[in-house]
Write a protein that binds this ligand. Structure first.
Ligand code: PEP
Ligand code: MG
Length: 323
């Protein structure tokens, strides 16, 4: 029952040979932090802040945002909370933000591109995150980063926001753990360059899959091709994990694939050390991690990277696993 699931959820997820994987929760509101904690989340790996901006007539101000971020951290009782900066544009329009219609919104001004083009909006959010990160274990993560030049601009912008706050007399931390989503294929390709510029990666397989497969997930005619288990997607995940390991930074996966317990051994074999998902998936994913060892996981990953189709990868996941 539910209580047993919660008990299984709260214990750590350690493979038979002793690798402990951090299993985190995805949230959209501070209230959801409490829910994922009950399911056994060891932190919040993805706080989708766009929910704070929806269904209202103006953007939340600095104080309101700061209160929401601190509330999520308080609910998590000292566990880390990763705040993802506003990811609107594309399919997530907000009426009070000036966002002219685009012919190809998913290839347009989304995520950090949208925010960098609207400095007042971005500055308010960054001020709130800096202030919250100075009183709790809050980390920041930027969505839709596509290359090192863009990341450098974003980091410079965030550094100026910090200097302004310090100039105004706020007690602001010297630095904030800073990560990026790897969800634009170009970012996965140059992950080795990006790894030198930030503290962690989080792979967004929902967008990474639709961009690398050139398939709109919402379009029924091609949605079937939009499969995160396609070996092309898995190779980009592997490249990202290899780059992160070489640079000595952690790498999480926070797309839907993270919540698929059958895929967990494959994801470990590809090199992920953290997974972030909706609360209800946590217990089953932790159980799947506890049942395998890394030699099995690596053999599975090698086979999957060389498989010919997502169906062939699914067949591998059904096992029998290589001994
Ligand atoms: C993703 O793209 O995988 C992701 C986690 O972000 P979102 O679903 O919010 O775009
Ligand atoms: Mg995304």
């Amino acid at each position: 029952g539910r209580e047993a699931a919660k008990a299984k959820g709260s214990a750590p997820a350690t493979t038979r040979d002793g690798l402990t994987v951090a299993v985190m929760g995805n949230i959209g509101t501070p209230a959801e932090a409490l829910r994922v904690l009950e399911y056994g989340a060891e932190g919040v790996g993805l706080f989708r802040t766009e929910f704070l901006f929806l269904d209202r007539d103006q953007a939340p101000d600095e104080e309101e945002q700061m209160a929401a971020y601190v509330a999520a951290a308080t609910a998590m009782q000292g566990r880390p909370v990763i705040i993802r900066t506003l990811d609107v544009g594309g399919d997530k329009p907000i009426r009070y933000l000036d966002a002219p219609p685009e012919a190809n919104p998913f290839l347009g001004e989304r995520g950090v591109r949208f925010c960098m083009a609207r400095p007042a909006l971005f500055r308010t959010q960054l001020r709130a995150v800096w202030r919250a990160a100075s009183v709790a274990d809050i980390r920041i993560m930027y969505p839709m980063v596509s290359d090192a030049g863009e990341l450098a601009e974003v980091l410079a912008f965030a550094a100026r926001v910090r200097e302004d706050l310090v100039g105004e007399g706020f007690a602001i931390a010297d630095r904030m753990m800073t990560g990026i989503m790897i969800e634009v294929p170009s970012a996965a390709v140059v992950a080795d360059r990006l790894a030198g510029l930030c503290d962690f990666f989080s792979i967004g397989t929902n967008d990474l899959t639709q961009y690398v497969m050139a398939c709109d997930r919402g379009n029924a005619a091609v949605a079937g091709r939009c499969d995160s288990l396609n070996p092309a997607v898995l190779r980009l995940i592997a490249m990202t994990c290899d780059a992160a390991r070489a640079a000595g930074i952690p790498v999480c996966l926070c797309g839907e694939l993270a919540g698929d317990s059958r895929a967990a051994p494959l994801l470990l074999g590809l090199g992920l050390t953290e997974l972030s998902m909706g609360g209800p998936a946590i217990a089953a994913v932790k159980e799947a991690i506890r049942s395998v060892d890394m030699a099995q996981c690596r053999a599975l990953a090698r086979a999957a990277l060389n498989a010919g189709s997502p169906e062939a990868v699914r067949e591998l996941l059904r096992g029998p696993r290589p001994a």
